[in-house]
Design a protein around this ligand. Structure first.
Ligand SMILES: Cc1ncc(COP(=O)(O)O)c(C=O)c1O
Length: 256
């Protein structure tokens, strides 16, 4: 699964989305804003798309109309889904998002089971997937994986459908192969970023961004001089890329 979030990290979701979708290695895409999902559909993406944020009832309706799967993690998700499904006359495809230790988003794993059972039992719901998100720490991620695996086991014992199981962002794809499940959910690695310096020897990634700017001023500075406001202005050896917003979209001064 290829997350194309935040306008594909600035590269343009309507360019990057179709490009990734055309690759056989990419089975599905994800986004974090309704507008991103809609933009990718309009740009011709036909593969499954998952929206990874909780959204309003109106947005759920919009997502379903564009054949985009919906993430659920709040206590009232089921009631909102019921109302949308009734209006649309069809069940809503959802992914359960479980918080196994991120403590930011997701239904806490400690009380997820009855919530999942309730949702899965509603005629308005079609369970398409179940996922969690790691905090990007080798030891902590192992704890999270343990919690997630236990929940999966408990859910299966209760015959709760889980759909596609996914968990791994780039960091975990590198460092915790047991967490790859049915698909990984790596984004930054797709764009050529390694999760850390140690990972560089583990894969051959191609960086897809380039810093390009017109040089607007060159200035020779004396040793010991600083650049810009405050005494702690940043120096990069003797060269400093000093950039600032201006009337122009972005002006960059290169000082040597
Ligand atoms: C829920 C979720 N899954 C996966 C990713 C992809 O993470 P990464 O870019 O580290 O691969 C993100 C991005 O932040 C995310 O929010």
């Amino acid at each position: 699964m290829a997350p194309v979030k935040n306008n594909a990290y600035g590269l343009g979701d309507t360019i990057v989305g179709p490009l990734l979708a055309s690759m056989s290695e990419v089975s599905r895409l994800a986004c974090v804003r309704v507008s991103e999902g809609l933009a990718m559909r309009t740009a011709g993406v036909r593969k499954p798309i998952l929206n990874m944020s909780e959204v309003t009832e109106e947005e759920i309706e919009q997502l379903v109309r564009y054949d985009i799967e919906v993430t659920c993690w709040l206590d009232d998700s089921g009631d909102r889904i019921d109302r949308v499904a009734k209006r649309l006359g069809k069940p809503v495809p959802i992914h359960f998002f479980i918080d196994t230790g991120l403590n930011r988003e997701g239904m806490p794993y400690t009380r997820a089971l009855p919530w999942m059972k309730d949702l899965a039992g509603r005629p308005s719901v079609k369970v398409a997937g179940t996922y969690t998100m790691f905090i990007h720490d080798r030891e902590h991620d192992k704890f999270q994986l343990k919690r997630f695996n236990q929940l999966i086991k408990d859910a299966r014992n209760e015959n709760i459908p889980l759909g596609l199981i996914h968990a791994s962002p780039s960091f975990t794809t590198f460092y915790l192969p047991e967490a790859r499940f049915d698909t990984v959910r790596s984004a930054t690695a797709l764009f050529g970023l390694y999760p850390d310096a140690n990972a560089v020897s583990m894969a051959d990634l191609k960086y897809v961004w380039k810093l390009r700017a017109r040089i607007v001023r060159l200035q020779q500075l004396q040793p010991g001089e600083t650049v810009g406001f405050g005494p702690n202005s940043q120096w990069i050896n003797q060269r400093c890329l000093h950039y600032f917003q201006s009337a122009q979209p972005m002006a960059i001064q290169v000082l040597q």
